[in-house]
Design a protein around this ligand. Structure first.
Ligand code: ATP
Ligand code: MG
Length: 355
């Protein structure tokens, strides 16, 4: 990546020199459109041109540079020219939505797992880009714990004024942490929410291009979601009873120590679900309409729960508990964990709504 492509403020250049001398990890934070990705490209290019390898963790599930949305991705770069191409990620951490809000634990655990994997590659620099969520409680929680998990040598804060000071100040006394405050380039542009959405859809479309159907037996893996695959399956008497109680056709029900999990074929009586909960003496009941699962994004992960690929649910065989998904992952034999996301999306990339 040529420096001529960007406007490089002198402070950016000076910080690249300092980081090249001191090493990382480097975590980049800033508001949407502040130039986080541009700075990462510049810094990664700077290292690659010196013949040094960069492990780039893309921790932005909304506007990722590496990998599809709704995941964190790890890429390894040794050549500045590779930065211009969209390389497939080495591995991903499944977040489940294009916003980390509602998935903060997935985000923090994903960054940690990708960081461990990045270190195993013995790169010259670990570079972590983050999402533009900088305001509000979720932003404070997420950035606090992401910085805490990685304990980077540098936090690069790209800001016009003080947009991210509230995120760095809780770490101002952390041993060994240096905060580099860099200005936003006058060339930086914030894109409209429509353009951001169109960008996400394009990235989903690219990811699912050429995807195929795969059948996944839930009995062969750990399932993380609202309760599916975690309890004892109820028989037809209970199913009939629940169908009457919920005023709907119940197609699947499971009971675990804390939760009754039910899938219905359509609308159900919301008030009556509490009666059902009492009958089974559980703290919670979780009722899901079958249609809510259709097109739901899922993460397909290995035995270490690192995401090998994402899938889109198209069918759930209730009898055999086989999930039919569309995924670009050609071989699902290594899948041992499946996590249900909270976004419905079709393979053409259109976001169909939240779950
Ligand atoms: N130093 C720069 N020189 C030229 N253009 C820049 C520079 N910084 C940012 N831009 C432009 O501004 C826009 C936003 O930059 P960038 O995508 O790097 O920001 P970001 O903080 O990663 O945004 P997001 O929150 O959407 O991920 C892009 O079109 C980018 O090309
Ligand atoms: Mg970005």
């Amino acid at each position: 990546m040529s420096e001529n492509t960007f406007h490089i403020p002198p402070e950016w250049r000076a910080s690249a020199e300092e980081i090249a001398a001191q090493g990382g990890p480097v975590m980049v934070i800033g508001a949407p459109g502040s130039g986080k990705t541009t700075f990462c490209l510049y810094l990664a290019g700077y290292f690659c041109r010196q013949g040094r390898r960069v492990a780039w963790i893309d921790a932005d599930p909304g506007q990722p540079f590496i990998g599809p949305p709704a995941a964190y991705s790890l890429g390894l770069y040794a050549d500045a020219g590779e930065l211009l191409k969209r390389k497939a990620p080495l591995v991903m951490g499944f977040i489940g939505n294009t916003s980390p809000v509602g998935h903060l634990l997935e985000a923090v655990t994903a960054i940690q797992k990708l960081y461990s994997r990045a270190l195993s590659l013995a790169p010259d620099l670990v570079l972590i880009n983050t999402c533009g969520l900088v305001n509000g409680g979720a932003a404070r929680e997420l950035k606090y714990h992401e910085i805490d998990m990685i304990a980077p040598r540098y936090v690069v804060a790209i800001e016009q004024k003080n947009e991210v000071e509230h995120l760095v100040s809780p770490h101002s006394h952390r041993a060994g942490l240096l905060i580099l405050r860099l200005p936003v380039s006058p060339d930086a542009r914030i894109s409209t929410s429509e353009a951001r959405k169109a960008g996400r859809e394009q990235r989903f479309k690219e990811y699912f291009r050429g995807a195929e159907f795969q059948d996944i037996a839930l009995s062969d893996m750990g399932v993380h979601g609202p309760g599916l695959g975690t309890g004892e399956r109820l028989g037809f008497r209970d199913i009939n009873h629940l169908s009457k109680a919920l005023n709907s056709i119940v197609v699947h029900a499971e009971l675990s120590a804390d939760r009754l999990f039910v899938i219905t074929d359509g609308d159900y009586s919301e008030e009556e679900q509490y009666t059902a909960r009492e009958r089974y003496s559980v703290r919670e009941i979780s009722v899901v309409k079958r249609s809510e699962l259709d097109y739901l994004l899922v993460g397909l992960s290995d035995n270490g729960n690192l995401c090998l690929g994402m899938g889109i649910i198209r069918e759930l065989d209730m009898k055999e508990l086989i999930l039919r998904v569309i995924t670009p992952l050609r071989d699902v034999a290594a899948v041992r964990h499946i996590a249900l996301g909270s976004l419905r999306v079709n393979p053409a990339g259109s976001e169909l709504g939240q779950w």
